[in-house]
Design a protein around this ligand. Sequence first.
Ligand code: NAP
Length: 264
Amino acid sequence: MSNSILGLDGKVAIVTGASQGVGLGCARQFVQAGADVVITCRRAAPLEKAATELRASGRKVVAVVADAENPEEFAKVIDAAQKNFGRADILVNNVGGRRGKPEGSLLESGPEYWRGTLECNLVSVFSCTQAFARHLIAAKRPGVVVNVASVAAFHASPNLAPYGASKAGLIQATGTLALELAPHRIRVCGVAPGMVDTDSLREWLDDAKISARGRKLPAGRIGLPDDLGKVVLMMASDLGAWIYGATLVADGGELLGDVHHPPA
Ligand SMILES: NC(=O)c1ccc[n+]([C@@H]2O[C@H](COP(=O)([O-])OP(=O)(O)OC[C@H]3O[C@@H](n4cnc5c(N)ncnc54)[C@H](OP(=O)(O)O)[C@@H]3O)[C@@H](O)[C@H]2O)c1
C-alpha cells in the first residue's frame, strides 16, 4: 500500500508504553508509514533500545521517560514533541495492565489491585489525553487519539475483574471523549486486542500454552505486536477518518470462539 493513502507523512505520533510489546509494534508501523514518533515509558534503558531500533527507519524518534499514570509527568512528553517537531498529531494511549498486590479473585485480592488497575488503565488515559487535547486546542490543530482496550472488556475471566472492568470503562470513555473532543477537531477511537505475544502475556503463559491457544483461534495463531500496530495505524490514519468513538475488536477471531484447523 502506498503511504500516501494513510496521510501520515510528516505527522508526529506519541505512543505511550512503547519500549516493548504492542506499543513498540505501533511505533514501528508509524515510522514505516512516514511519521515521526515520540515514545515513552518509565525505564530509560529499554526505551533507548527501542528508539535505536526505530531510528533505523530513517524517521526521527524522540524518547521521553514519563509515567503515564502521573498527570503531571505527561506535560514533559508534550513539551518534547513541541520542542523537537513543533507539533503532535496522534496520541496512542497504549499503557495498560494490572497493578497492585495482592491480585486474585474477589475473595483474595486487596483494594490496591482494584485502585491500581483502574489508575493504570483509566487515569493514564485521562492524564495523557487531557494534556494532548489541551495542547492541540491551544495550537488550533486537529488530532487523533487511539485508546488500546482489550477483549477482556467483553468476557468474564476469573481474577481479572478490575482489568476487564477498567477496559470496559475505557471503551465507554472512548465514546464519551469522542463526543467531547469532536468540536475541537480531535477524533477519538479505540482498538480491543485479543491475546498478543508480549512480555506481559508471557508472565502468564509459556511457549506451549501460547501455541496451543493460538491453534484454536480462527486466525490459527495469537497476535504479534506488529499485527496490532497495523490496526492502530489504520485507525489513526486517513483510512480511519470516519471512525468516531468506536473501538475495533482486533483479536484474530478470539471472541468468536474456538475452531479446529485441519493439520498442516
Ligand atoms: N498482551 C496482550 O495479550 C494484550 C491483550 C489485550 C490488550 N492488551 C493491552 O495492550 C497494551 C500493551 O500491552 P503489552 O502486553 O504490550 O504490555 P507490556 O509488554 O507489558 O508493555 C508495557 C509497556 O508499557 C510501559 N508502561 C507500563 N506502565 C507504564 C506507565 N505507567 N507509564 C509509561 N509507560 C508504562 C512499559 O515500560 P515500563 O515498564 O518501563 O514503563 C512497556 O513499555 C495494554 O494496554 C494492554 O492492556 C494487551
